[in-house]
Design a protein around this ligand. Sequence first.
Ligand code: HEM
Length: 456
Amino acid sequence: MPVDLNNARPLDWDSATLDADTKGMLNNLQANILRAHVREHLSVLFVRFNDVKEGRRFLRELAETKVKTARRHLEEVRDFARNARPGTPYVGIGISKAGYRDLGHSVEEVRKFADPVFRDGMKRRVAVVDDPPVDQWEKPYQREIHAVIVIGDARPGPVAALREEILGDLPESARLLGEETGRGLHNDAGDGIEHFGYVDGRSQPLFVKDEVDREPKEHWNPAFPLSNILVADPFAPNRNRHFGSYFVFRKLEQDVRAFHEIERNLADELGLVGADRDRAGAMLIGRFRDGTPLTSKPKASGGPVSNDFNFDADTGSKCPFSGHVRKTNPRSFGREVLMARRGQTYGERTDDPTDDSPPENRPSSGVGLLFMAFNARLIDQFEFTQQSWANNPDFQNPGTGHDAVIGQGTRSLKVTFPKVWGKPEMSPAQPQVAQTVTMKGGEYFFMPSLAYLNNL
Ligand code: HEM
């Protein structure tokens, strides 16, 4: 029975009754797509090949020796939960449309990729998503990138060793165009945070039964069909078993100083006092720093971060429509748009992102998010989120403004904020908060099935 991508029942990956095609899918899909892989320490390499045979051999050998399957990853996760045995490092391979061409696939063949945005590449989509012009991107991203190699692990040692080994195996004809280093940040509770100091990575579409079973589901169903992330790999032999996923990579620099200034000014303008001052930043993100959804009454600190909420009863008096999580997941509709986010923070800081030191002590450049996400259709998921939701000041409710975190484009409207949580009284109209996230470059890739890579 071919894998039913639209089946809403989460995958019981280890069931004895699993059909042969689903088994085949799990044995050929790269890890980190179905379920997030640990990537506290992360190395991202951007490569260009220049020789068909050598490029193919390099990828084949890399896949054969270092890339693990989705199934192996799920087994490792289970083994860690039961026996505290750490898993092996993650190595993922993504290929751009230019990469497929350089590996010898004709223009006609590359048209087999149904996603038009992948076939264009990110540089040609700048105007659509209001990205900075390509000549303002960091140099490596201005070049034609053929492949991305993502290396992740809980410890720095294995990542450094694999990076060395992989670079050592790179053929003479190939070039390392650029690289990024990711490093997880945490709050005192041990939850992963991004550079503005907020818990990140909590809300994800979940595909695997063990993960779904753990979640409360009163207000939000976290289970998603595989059709949100998987498509048949057009170049692999068996369309019923061999799947891949479109992978978006964007380097997003965060001006942490400016963001904290905005939080402070907004709290002052709204006259917020005491603990209620935290609501200023929470209205930009849609969650408090510790991850508590803004729609819930602030809870006593501690306990797991909730994802069981929706905005049904909130007309904007709790979470503004411009709040990042409300823009990027309205929850009452648009489930097919949700991507599997797999990003990681980058950049060194000398300050402590979790303390309350003033904005002046915060970095204004050099730190940010390596945004990474898996999609079944970039045009309907990543690009749609960025263009039609985040950059659209009228999305859901006219005149409510750009996404306060990732919105791009001119912010000419004036907006209002609720003065008191859950009460209708709004602030006087004021300019939208300034943009504090800047795109520094990126590319669209396809993470093919191992059946393709092993046959190169
Ligand atoms: C530097 C840039 C960014 C920062 C600081 C940031 C920060 C956050 C934070 C703090 C959360 C809440 C934690 C969670 O629910 O997991 C979140 C959620 C989310 N973000 Fe971002 N993000 C950034 C870029 C993006 C981009 C570029 C997109 C897509 C275009 C995006 C899409 C989402 C989505 C879909 C969610 C989950 C919403 C939900 O399901 O409730 N983010 N982000």
